[in-house]
Design a protein around this ligand. Structure first.
Ligand SMILES: O=C(O)CCC(=O)C1=CC=C[C@@H](O)[C@@H]1C(=O)O
Ligand SMILES: [Mg+2]
Length: 380
């Protein structure tokens, strides 16, 4: 494989509006800024990454603003003008900055894309993916009533989604799940609590066991694996961790403690594709299934998610619904489409989609080009 050298990074901060508001246990959102990271190599090839952040630090400690600051002031200076033999090397180049995983992921995934394009291979092939198509799930925000939720689930079952994920929180849990199960006794159904419960709610969470859920995602604190291990011993439903897993080390400890039986891998949350692959491999070697979580990405992040999901141990459908479920018009061409719950893994070089530069310009609120490794901070 030919190494790559990034000569310029352009940060395109865009304002995106979802086709409908999305409600979780920590709020309702429809508009957000994200930063699309374009890494241009010495021959002019562009690779793309995305900060899977929003404008508020409610999912994790990052926002698009903090991610852009980290990229500009710390991370890009460590990457630019360096000869990168393989994108797997980028992770260690960035560990001098603590956490800020989504910011790291945005530049790391852009390097994966430009490296794959330079070597004329699809990203899925570069990471040794084995699947040519992936099964797709749908994540449904909290609805106003159980009846509204049943209606939404019905729509998505009709579209062929292979996993239905419903958001729950205290006061919007048992009656909602009960209504869905009464209407759809056999569909692959899971719940995501986004840390809305504590160990004081064990009895409430035990009652979910009667509904044969695939899993309950992140019921307890966003930074916990100890209490989740206690909870998993008390309930039948498999616990899946999302927010608690920021790295391979977190995943190793969680498996060792029995904190979960499934892991939701999000490329941004764990700091990039390299760490995602390492967590995938750890889980595969321990018989723990994984799936690819979503962060309401544009088509760039979605393209990376689809490529990642081509790895063999992604045996549970991910939150990778097609572009039309998020945007009136995506910024990639062609858009991500789905046929009865199946998305074809893209076969073009790199992420396998082009960026619609006209659409990108329309949505851009700020654009900054970085061509030097200068940083205003003393560097370790
Ligand atoms: O991208 C998708 O469709 C999944 C969206 C989704 O479920 C989430 C996005 C961002 C944070 C959370 O609210 C939630 C999750 O925890 O997976
Ligand atoms: Mg989640």
């Amino acid at each position: 494989m030919k190494p790559v050298q990034i000569k310029e990074v352009v940060l395109h901060t865009v304002k995106m509006k979802l086709i409908a508001p999305f409600t979780t246990s920590f709020g309702t959102f429809q508009e957000k800024h994200v930063c699309l990271v374009e890494a241009i190599d010495e021959s002019g090839i562009s690779g793309w990454g995305e900060t899977t952040t929003s404008d508020e630090p409610y999912y994790n400690e990052e926002t698009t603003h903090t991610a852009v600051y980290m990229l500009k002031d710390f991370l890009i200076s460590r990457i630019i003008h360096k000869t990168i033999e393989h994108p797997l090397d980028v992770h260690d180049m960035l560990t001098f900055v603590r956490r800020n995983q989504i910011a790291k992921s945005a530049i790391e995934t852009a390097v994966w894309d430009v490296f794959a394009k330079k070597n004329n291979v699809p990203l899925s092939e570069l990471i040794d993916g084995t699947k040519t198509e992936i099964e797709v799930g749908k994540s449904i925000g909290i609805q106003a009533t159980p009846e509204k939720l049943v209606e939404k689930v019905g729509e998505y079952v009709e579209e062929g989604f292979r996993k239905l994920k419903v958001k729950i929180a205290p006061g919007a849990d048992l009656d909602y799940i009960d209504a869905v199960r009464k209407a759809f006794p056999d569909i692959p159904l899971m719940a995501d609590a986004n840390s809305a419960y504590t160990l004081n709610d064990v009895d409430q969470l035990k009652q979910l066991d009667q509904y044969n859920l695939m899993m309950i995602e992140q019921p307890l604190a966003h930074d916990d694996i100890i209490d989740h291990a206690t909870l998993q011993k008390e309930i039948q439903t498999p616990v899946c961790l999302d927010e608690s897993i920021h790295s391979l080390e977190d995943a190793r400890k969680a498996l060792q403690l029995g904190s979960c039986r499934i892991i939701n891998i999000k490329i941004g949350r764990v700091g990039g594709l390299g760490e995602s692959i390492r967590i995938h491999d750890l889980c595969r070697d321990n018989g723990v299934p994984v799936w690819c979580g979503g962060m309401l990405e544009t088509g760039i992040g979605r393209a990376h998610n689809i490529a990642l999901t081509s790895l063999s141990n992604f045996t549970i459908p991910g939150d990778t619904a097609p572009s039309s479920h998020y945007w009136d018009e995506d910024i990639i061409e062609p858009e991500v489409t789905m046929d009865h719950g199946i998305i074809q893994v893209q076969t073009g070089p790199g992420i396998g989609f082009d960026v619609n530069r006209e659409k990108l310009e329309q949505l851009t609120v700020e654009k900054e080009s970085i061509t030097t490794a200068v940083t205003p901070h003393p560097m370790p």
